[in-house]
Design a protein around this ligand. Structure first.
Ligand SMILES: C[S@@+](CC[C@H](N)C(=O)[O-])C[C@H]1O[C@@H](n2cnc3c(N)ncnc32)[C@H](O)[C@@H]1O
Length: 273
């Protein structure tokens, strides 16, 4: 196995020292992007490699144990390929060894929280952000998971994100991912229910599934500022009309489907262009 630790040029020596404390020497440096450095250390025993990676994560570093050859390594390399969304945005795991120096609008994600950008329910919303964010928007990311939607919104030019989740692990992952991308000053992660948020936002994104959307419909509507838009995701194509009914004060302006997953966009009546 290979332990991969995510770091920067400035912190290479410190991370190397941390690996040595855990009994791992001889790490090689990879440079997959301009600012990013990865330390790759071979560890013979799979259990030891997993333990080293998990100890490093517990200490606040982004680290994984990956296969070192064969079909498992091929699958890992496919799984960690960066994803591009048009010409403005790319998302990739922080420990990806693929070159990303030329990718537009890169967001890197570490461990924890749902949302790597690969799931259709996430992708459908990221596509909307790419098409609709014009710059300066205040965004509410409901059910932030890894923080992927809020971070993409910031990369596209949004000015500020409030990212909420009911899972403390997701809120922590979002905080770490904001720091990983140098965006911590523009993103407020909160372990909160929608009812705890009392501002209105230009953009609200909620990839939280049909049941939570329906249950929280009045609050989702209230959190939307005049002229703003709401994207809901994590629903099946057959559930779209029911969800639209619960969001009735709003007007549906877009609906897209990818396989078994659908996403719909709403705006206050009368504000559609
Ligand atoms: C499918 S994940 C989406 C993660 C990420 N936003 C994305 O698009 O990939 C759903 C997230 O919503 C959170 N969640 C579920 N119900 C919620 C609610 N009522 N309020 C806030 N978060 C909720 C879950 O804990 C989970 O992290």
């Amino acid at each position: 196995m290979v332990v991969v630790v995510v770091t920067t040029e400035d912190h290479l020596a410190k991370v190397r020292g941390r690996l040595a404390e855990l009994g791992v020497d001889g790490a090689q440096v990879a440079t997959p992007g301009d600012a990013r450095r990865l330390l790759l250390a071979e560890v013979d025993d799979e259990g030891v490699a997993e333990r080293v990676a998990s100890t490093l994560r517990a200490g606040g570093l982004s680290a994984v144990a990956r296969p070192d050859g064969g079909a498992r390594l091929d699958a890992w390399m496919r799984h960690t390929r960066p994803i591009s969304f048009g010409e403005r945005l790319s998302v990739c795991f922080a420990w990806s060894e693929h070159d990303r120096s030329e990718l537009p609008g890169l967001i890197e994600l570490g461990a924890g929280g749902f949302g790597s950008g690969q799931h259709p329910s996430t992708r459908l919303v990221v596509e909307q952000l790419s098409e609709r964010i014009i710059g300066g928007e205040r965004v509410l990311d409901v059910g932030c998971g890894s923080g992927v939607l809020g971070l993409c919104a910031l990369r596209l030019g949004a000015s500020h994100v409030v990212a909420t989740d009911i899972d403390a692990g997701a809120v922590e992952a979002t905080r770490r991912n904001a720091a990983l991308n140098g965006m911590e000053r523009h993103l407020d992660p909160a372990l909160a229910q929608l009812a705890d948020i009392d501002e209105a936002f230009d953009v609200v994104v909620a990839n939280i599934g049909r049941a939570a959307i329906v249950e929280r419909a009045p609050e989702l509507v209230e959190r939307l500022a005049p002229g703003g838009w709401l994207a809901v995701s994590g629903i099946s194509p057959s559930q779209c009309s029911q969800v639209a009914g619960f969001l009735r004060p709003l007007e549906e302006i877009d609906r897209r489907t990818s396989g078994e997953w659908s996403m719909a966009v709403f705006t206050p009546r009368g504000s559609a262009p």
